[in-house]
Design a protein around this ligand. Structure first.
Ligand code: NAD
Ligand code: TYD
Length: 353
């Protein structure tokens, strides 16, 4: 039986991926190693608690002893590495954890995987590192990020991810570790923590709270529905060429303000009206910009399409509607998330903006 190690599987993309993997491969087992930081939530995988092909391990990817025990016991066929500190704004206020988990943690995982691979326990072993398009920096009005675009990260988050990408690449070239890498654009969909633009706007708009738009709202992101990202990762894991990087994107560039307008309009249509009957667009507030805010991201995903046949299946208008409906129909999940430390985070980040 194939056994996968998924790191960070209690987070947004990781939890969607664990579910996708167990559904796509009826014979596999999945071990989910997650530290359960503020972003990790076992509620994201509550439906799998009884699944005998799924095992959750609470732990830190920086813990080499734990990693060695897990590799020896579970004899992994592949690692899919999501675990990271993932939010740009948090990295600006507190970069240390980004260095620790994203760089030191990835190094610990690579070292353990290298020892395991070199011991000959599994010759077909694969290590897939999940990364971001933010490592390429910022685009002007035109152009796309390709796999050969030079790295030029601008935030502590993207710099720490860039660093981990270089380590992964070094382990392929130096030690022959069978690595693969995906650099993906912005994801959206169910189970995303409401510090990120789309779920934050959905939740604030539902509660009639102000909708903070950074700067002039014209920064552009290339949005991809999370399940399409999961499918891309699985495709690369199965068929990607070792040592290669594949850019993954949604062909769906939107200015932030367009995204916010779309969410407001869907909620005006499907949710209870605001107490004063005004449109949710009236809640929009342009606030102080993020320092070093990248202007535009856009992905050239032709390599993964031409080599591996992957392309997105969910367009933004369908995906965003499904996402809004998911948040509407899962109020318990949202309430659990919005309690406690999230409030402190929100006040710190937005109060004086
Ligand atoms: P997330 O913040 O929702 O989840 C991260 C998960 O990692 C959490 O469950 C957290 O508990 C866990 N984690 C953090 N530190 C850990 C540690 N030291 N040991 C073990 N577990 C730890 O993030 P996400 O949005 O799901 O992103 C997952 C991965 O995908 C990240 O590597 C991110 O860089 C990458 N990525 C994200 C996006 C996006 O739009 N969200 C786009 C491209 C790439
Ligand atoms: P985010 O979801 O944090 O992803 P990233 O910074 O990794 O692209 O932000 C997406 C875009 O939305 C980005 O340009 C910043 C902007 N943004 C706002 O305008 N307001 C907000 O409250 C947040 C969280 C983000």
């Amino acid at each position: 039986m194939t056994t996968y190690l998924v790191t960070g599987g209690a987070g947004f993309i990781g939890s969607n991926f664990v579910r996708h993997l167990l559904t796509s491969e009826p014979d596999c087992r999945v071990v989910n190693l997650d530290k359960l930081t503020y972003a990790g939530n076992l509620g994201n995988l509550a439906d799998l608690a009884e699944n005998t092909r799924y095992r959750f391990v609470e732990g830190d990817i920086c813990d080499r002893d734990l990693l060695e025990v897990l590799f020896t016991k579970e004899q992994f066929s592949a690692v899919v590495h999501f675990a990271a500190e993932s939010h740009v704004d948090r990295s600006i206020h507190g970069p240390a954890e980004f260095i620790q988990t994203n760089i030191i943690g990835t190094f610990a995982l690579l070292e353990t995987a290298r020892k395991y691979f070199e011991s000959g326990q599994n010759q077909n072993f694969r290590f897939l590192h999940v990364s971001t398009d933010e490592v390429y920096g910022s685009l002007g009005e035109t152009g796309l990020f390709s796999e050969t675009t030079p790295y030029d990260p601008h935030s502590p988050y993207s710099a720490s991810k860039a660093s981990s990408d270089h380590l992964v690449s070094a382990y392929f070239h130096t030690y022959g570790l069978p690595t693969l890498m995906t650099n993906c654009s912005n994801n959206y969909g169910p189970y995303q923590f409401p510090e990120k633009l789309i779920p934050l706007i959905i939740n604030n708009a539902l509660q009639g709270k102000e909708l903070p738009v950074y700067g002039d709202g014209k920064n552009v992101r290339d949005w991809l529905y999370v399940v399409d990202h999961c499918q891309a990762i699985l495709t690369v894991l199965k068929s990607g060429r070792l040592g290669e990087t594949y850019n993954v994107g949604g062909n769906s560039e939107k200015q932030n303000i367009e995204v916010v307008h779309t969410i407001c309009d869907i909620l005006d249509e499907v949710a209870s009206p605001l107490p004063d009957n005004s449109s949710r667009r009236s809640l929009i507030r342009f606030v102080t910009d993020r320092p070093g805010h990248d202007r535009r991201y856009a992905i050239d995903a032709s390599k993964i399409k031409n080599e591996l046949g992957w392309e997105p299946t969910v367009d933004f208008s369908g995906g965003i509607r499904e996402t809004v409906e998911w948040y509407l129909t899962n109020p318990e999940w949202v309430e659990a998330i919005l309690s406690g430390s999230y409030r402190d985070y929100y006040d710190k980040m937005y109060k004086d903006r």
